[in-house]
Ligand binder design. Sequence first.
Ligand code: GLC
Length: 449
Amino acid sequence: MKKNLLTLSLISTLIISMISCKQKPTPLTDYTKESKDSYEARMKWWNDARFGMFIHWGVYSVPAGIYNGNEVKGGGEWIMNRAKIPIPEYEKFGKEFNPVKFDAAEWVRIAKDAGMKYIVITSKHHDGFGLWNSKVSKYDIVDFSPYRKDVLKMLSDECAKQGITLCFYHSIMDWHHPDANAENWAKYRENYLKPQLKELLTGYGKPGVLWFDGEWIKEWTEDQGKDIYNYLRNIQPDLIINNRVGKGRKGMQGMNKDTSFVGDFGTPEQEILSTSSSMAWESCMTMNNTWGFKTNDTNWKSSENLIKNLVDIVSKGGNFLLNVGPTSEGLIPAASVERLKEMGKWIKVNGEAIYGVRQLKSYKEGDDLRFTISADGKLINAFIMNWPGKQLNIKQIKPNDGSKIRMTGYDIDLKWNYDVEKGLTIELPDQANLPCKFVWVLKIEGAEI
Ligand code: GLC
């Protein structure tokens, strides 16, 4: 009996000590100390892609810029804050959010036909509403809205099918969650923000980018940014994360103050860097004046302007993330689709001068010429931004002797002459025979002088 008791107590001590002996967590890799080579390998697909679609979509597409009959200033996605809509009132819009016309295949096709290689969609904007079936929240499209379907799942399946990389925008700040305030911030961050991000990285294929925003609030610090950067990359080592994960961003210009700050690329917003940069960057821009859909915003940029922006950005070494704000029914506005089609037509002809290219030392000559160079360094692309007339003169490029110069989409060799004094003179095709409506590309085998 005594012996039995002894064995019993021995066993129970063993069990207790086994339980209490904490399992040592595997140490996290510190990815902020990554080598240049591995950074560049990870960024390769993104650097080659150049053109992506931003999608701002959520509950705010229901009021669509109007509250109590009044037009609300600013981006449509800010309406909750701008019109000071109390949470229970705003939630009513969530109950109405029923995008029955949403068609994932169609959205992805629109992006693909425009020549876009990736999509960044708002998994959660500042209003806190999620577009996926989150296990740690009831405030999402599956649990809260009549629609009841996981939009991100449908999109990620469709992106995989059509060969587009799906990426997620995610707001650090949250106007809906009760713990997203100074007092309870750590609770919100550890029990809500991080678990939600983990869901996005583990249940939706292999997202290419996590695109943070809302990092300016005082609760967020650079250390928290570094911590979450490592948390995410330890889940998915190849993930690319924008610089809004930390506190380095220099306002709307978007680049980091210096290299000590965390993040893989800079995020100029509604602007283009004034000159080229060797750091990775992506300019995000709206087609009208809002990110989230607004019924009354019809101030659309022209296709010509958008194509010129793309060229300007790519010649300076950046990517272009162009926004659409779908309606509450789930439709990308017709005006956006029209512009994307025009861009797609242009890219079909000239894509070789955009994808996978690199910067020249001097990305432009005057205001009317921009340049890129093929990855192997052999072919220079000269973009004619405004039609110069019968002849074009380029000072900073010398073609190889006996090489041919052609305009993309126009199958006839162009006559050219090189003179040390005058530079390169090219005879241009007749304006009636041009392969596209704006911005024409010349392919030149040669070198910069
Ligand atoms: C801003 C806005 C936001 C938008 C974002 C896009 O930071 O707060 O509404 O999503 O820019 O870059």
